[in-house]
Design a protein around this ligand. Structure first.
Ligand SMILES: [Fe+2]
Length: 340
């Protein structure tokens, strides 16, 4: 997987600016003999993407839908203490929503019934769909090796469905981070109201979901007692579901049903591509074109119109950090424990 592109946090940004090496306290400085390994990076949509492979980086995959449109880009991220592939598989398991996030059952009712799910390989990864009894479809796009593009749940009364893109990035085998971009179709007064509510919610969340999940899984706390106003409940529920499988899930003891069709599809791709890589054979050149987009029920294509006035000028969407402050603190802890 030498073509792996990953997103790294602001840490990388803070390391920028050191373009020379100096050595205090040494009369005959030998710093010119020292070297630091570095990788090419690119800032894009508020994230830093690094190419961690050897040689020349592959062509950068842009996502123009998130660059110019009538709305704003919200940027979010969180850390979770289990192997990243469990979170990646979780996205291709639409059925988990009704069970793990059962408190939102009115929204999720009937979503993810195994026989109504389908998963097919695309030029980018896997097109993963669900067909309702009335024929309406929800379609999500998985991009190899670690990306997901979906029409996400409504998160505010002023906006309907919105598009999101996720990246899952390992910190090590037992911890990972998810980076998320949300393409929010809001402008003017609606955007201002939404922004104010988002910032209020950031401040309201004062309990980090990671240690609370640990307490629940180790029997010191109960989900039923959680103060939902002070914690990101969806993340806590996914923590319990994903970490509860073990820090690295034992897949040899699984019995998969029809509802796991998406999980099976991405495992097949990963197995095939890693197999080819290990044999020195070429891997597939994954690419997303404008036809590979998510859809939800009656909505097709883009809920936020791509901007542009036909004169070659377009409005660049503003990128807004919506991470709860406790989340930022947890991420810094997780990452500082890794920096050596
Ligand atoms: Fe979930």
């Amino acid at each position: 997987m030498d073509r792996l592109l990953v997103a790294l946090p602001d840490l990388v940004r803070r390391l920028h600016g050191f373009d020379s090496i100096e050595q205090p306290a040494e009369e005959n400085a030998f710093c010119q003999k020292a070297s630091l390994r570095s990788w090419p990076v690119r800032e894009y949509l508020g994230l830093i993407f690094a190419f961690l492979g050897e040689g020349v980086p592959p062509e950068f995959q842009a996502h123009p839908e998130f660059e110019h449109f009538d709305g704003m880009v919200e940027i979010d991220s969180y850390s979770r203490e289990c192997n990243y592939f469990q979170n990646l598989e979780n996205a291709l398991d639409m059925s988990h929503i009704g069970f793990v996030h059962g408190d939102n059952v009115a929204i999720f009712k009937g979503i993810g019934l195994g026989r109504a799910l389908d998963a097919e390989e695309s030029d980018w990864g896997v097109t993963y769909g669900f067909t309702r009894p009335d024929g309406q479809r929800r379609v999500q796009q998985f991009g190899m090796p670690n990306i997901f593009y979906l029409t996400a749940l409504p998160t505010d009364r002023d906006i309907g469905w919105q598009e999101s893109m996720f990246w899952w990035v390992p910190i090590d085998d037992l911890r990972h981070m998810q980076f998320s971009l949300h393409r929010v179709p809001a402008q003017g007064a609606v955007a201002e109201r939404l922004h104010a509510r988002r910032q209020a919610r950031r401040n309201e969340i004062t309990i980090a979901h990671q240690p609370l999940a640990r307490d629940i899984l180790e029997g010191r706390a109960r989900m039923a007692d959680v103060d939902k106003s002070k914690v990101d409940l969806v993340r806590l529920q996914d923590d319990v579901a994903q970490i509860g499988q073990g820090l690295i899930a034992d897949r040899d003891s699984e019995t998969l049903g029809r509802g796991a069709i998406g999980v099976v599809a991405i495992r097949r791709l990963w197995t095939r591509e890693i197999g080819a890589f290990l044999k020195g054979q070429p891997t597939k050149s994954w690419k997303r074109d404008a036809s590979i987009v998510p859809r939800a029920w009656g909505l097709s294509g883009n809920p936020a119109r791509i901007g542009g006035d036909g004169m070659g000028t377009t409005q660049v969407a503003e990128v807004i950090d919506v991470r709860p402050h406790v989340e930022i603190a947890e991420q810094l802890k997780a990452l500082h424990a890794t920096v050596r």
